[in-house]
Design a binder for this molecule. Structure first.
Ligand code: MG
Length: 472
């Protein structure tokens, strides 16, 4: 289901819906227009016994505390589902207001079950009985409720909780979350898409397809991360070191071939398309500097994660030697990992995974920090972010002045059945559903049809020729 509509159309329907004079016909038309049914947006209906025709809207200004009643959290729960190969984790916050709930993304594909435990066994008892109104206060106290903090798992759980509270806030206000953040800075969210191929010719075809789809920004990879097909059969496997399934990648062939990849794509696809590339760590810092200097002549839009987070001190030296724009941060969890990089202007794009840093509340502060230091955003947007997480990325993208670019994603039919109201991508732009909150709902019965697979979800080990472990 796609729900992108023109701003004019949507605002016209929203106006109808929020009008005191709106009738059931306009409500039905609006719900149909945004691609949802009354059943999927129960916060819009109250006292309905037999469908939308008998439903009454909740007037946002009359809900909860503004009526003198405190709306409290009655339950926080994790929902795991796996409709397109990634272990998605969504947090649902239920409230004392009948039909009013929020959802948020807590996905950590490699450790899905621990996140669910952190939500169900720790955040749920923490949150029950507290007011839904005080997001900042709830975030601050949930953040320190474990005393030790700033790590994956707990940050993912906190993100799902935080985003669900923003969803509730938007529903109560009758506004999309981007409106709560100050409104749109742009009509839609410009995205980049991924092109890849094991040969230069296959990659060229992939880039041209993306350009035909309307993308102005394309990430280019020659094969998988680190172009492992360029490395020879590794000797660690002959020696019986590690497991047969372990991956292999040597640095030198990748570092030598990547500038040739840029040269080929620039020659064949032109100067207009913006080219991006993800090193995905994997190479020694000094080789990363050598390679970045060679890439400068091809004017990349950015080069992503040239170093692992453990090598943050090297960014200073990268900045002194090349003007290639640097994007960094999808593995960051802790403010100490990004504050120096931003305030020293050593990177150009901050691209954290919003559920790994604790949700919208810290992400909007991070965006604001970047604004003052000329650092733009490029939030991590892979398949292991749920549609509600992608919606959160996009709502923030719409509302911040220092937005840079967004990683595009496609949702399969099964995913869209579970999450009615998914963001949509057209002509290289992402559009959010204009319904209040994130505009994305969760069908729990559909989610149950796609259980978490039994395998561990481990990131596969990668080794050098001699078997040495490589940071991924
Ligand atoms: Mg990446």
């Amino acid at each position: 289901m796609t729900t992108s509509k023109s701003k004019h159309e949507v605002s016209e329907f929203l106006t109808q819906t929020m009008s005191h004079n709106s009738n059931n016909t306009s409500r039905r038309e609006w719900l149909k227009h945004i691609g949802l049914s009354a059943a999927t947006v129960p916060w819009l209906v109250k006292g309905a016994s037999s469908g939308l025709a008998e439903a009454q809207e909740i007037n946002p200004v009359q809900m909860g505390e503004s009526r003198g009643e405190k709306i409290t959290i009655t339950r926080v729960k994790a929902i795991l589902t796996c409709p397109q190969g990634q272990r998605l984790c969504v947090v649902k916050v239920e409230t004392s207001e009948p039909g009013l709930y929020g959802i948020g993304c807590a996905t950590f594909n490699q450790r899905a079950r621990p996140v669910a435990v952190a939500v169900d066994e720790f955040l749920d008892p923490f949150a029950r009985g507290r007011s839904v109104d005080t997001i900042e206060d709830l975030w601050q106290n949930a953040y320190t409720s474990s005393y030790w903090r700033n790590g994956p798992v707990l940050n993912n759980a906190l993100s799902g909780f935080d985003q669900a509270l923003w969803d509730i806030k938007g529903k109560r206000a009758g506004m999309p979350v981007y409106q709560l953040l100050g409104g749109k800075c742009r009509f839609a969210v410009d995205c980049y898409s991924h092109a890849s191929g094991r040969s230069l010719e296959a990659l060229e075809e992939s880039v041209l397809r993306k350009m035909e789809e309307g993308f102005r920004h394309v990430r280019i990879q020659l094969g998988g991360y680190g172009s492992p097909q360029l490395s020879r059969q590794p000797e660690f496997k002959n020696a019986g070191f590690g497991l047969e399934t372990d991956g292999h990648m040597d640095a030198r062939p990748y570092v030598q071939m990547t500038p040739k990849m840029f040269e080929h794509i620039r020659n064949k696809c032109g100067d207009e398309v913006e080219l991006l590339h993800d090193v995905h760590e994997r190479i020694p810092p000094i080789l990363a500097i050598q390679m970045l200097k060679e890439l400068e002549q091809y004017h990349p839009f950015f080069v992503e994660d040239p170093l692992s987070p453990e090598q943050n001190g090297y960014f200073k030296w990268i900045r002194q030697q090349t003007s290639v724009p640097i994007a960094m941060g999808e593995l960051f969890n802790n403010p100490h990992e990004w504050v120096d990089l931003i305030t020293n202007r050593w990177i150009d794009f901050i691209r954290v995974h919003i559920s790994q840093i604790g949700g919208l509340t810290p992400a909007r502060k991070l965006a604001a920090l970047g604004e003052w230091f000329g650092v733009r955003t490029a939030w991590h947007g892979p398949a292991d972010v749920s549609p509600v997480g992608h919606a959160a990325n996009a709502h923030l993208d719409l509302a911040i002045s220092n937005f840079g670019i967004q990683e595009a994603v496609y949702f399969r039919d099964a995913t869209q059945e579970i999450f009615p109201g998914c963001p949509s991508v057209k002509n290289g732009f992402m559009y959010v559903n204009e319904a209040p909150g994130w505009g994305v709902d969760l069908n729990e019965e559909e989610a149950k049809k796609y259980p978490r697979p039994d395998d561990s979800g481990y990131w596969r080990p990668i080794r050098r020729n001699d078997g040495t472990a490589v940071r991924p």
